[in-house]
Write a protein that binds this ligand. Sequence first.
Ligand SMILES: N[C@@H](CCC(=O)N[C@@H](CS)C(=O)NCC(=O)O)C(=O)O
Length: 212
Amino acid sequence: MLKIWGRTTSSNVQKVMWAVAELGLAHERVDAGGAFGGLDTAEYGAMNPNRLVPTVDDGGTVLWESNAIVRYLAVKYGEGTLAPRDLGERARADRWMDWQISTIGPNWGRMFLGLVRTPPSKRNMAEIDAAVERLGESYRILDAQLAGRDYIMGDHLTMADIPLGVSLYRYYELDVKRPSLPNVEAWYARLKARPAYAKHAMVPFASLMVSD
Ligand SMILES: N[C@@H](CCC(=O)N[C@@H](CS)C(=O)NCC(=O)O)C(=O)O
């Protein structure tokens, strides 16, 4: 059976769990990372030398890197649904997943680390505000892609929606300055109506908050 190591409060674990739920896969999830620990054992290091979560073992196929895991699950179990059959379409879906890591991820990470993982007295608000500003500019690109589309690739959910969709919960929960993003907001409303998203991506993060 598919086994997943990772705590539910990790945004990278959330990508995998959301995909697993959309695909309806039987699985076992083991709490690991954060307060659960478990990443420093020799066994875990042999599976994932980064000692991060998530890691999955699908019948002997051991994988790390959340977006690679989502792609693998989508292609293996969701061809025609989460993974477009057409290779050009699939590459375009891949592109949005890579764009989450390369373009959204760095500023999103600065926002989250700054406002949640850093005590108020140590926050560099100028740096955080600049990251939030750049993040908003990037989401405008996504807003343009979503014009006239229900989901990033068109009329149904694909793997392209998963990493970027996960990023929205914290973006909209945190008290940050956001530009007008009508298409992103409509898409977010559509995602929130999906039980798998509500369960796995809308995970409160108060337990991660560091105070003075
Ligand atoms: N690029 C990796 C990043 C993995 C990562 O940074 N995971 C974080 C949680 S989001 C982690 O394991 N942190 C240590 C911990 O939870 O103990 C991926 O996408 O899977």
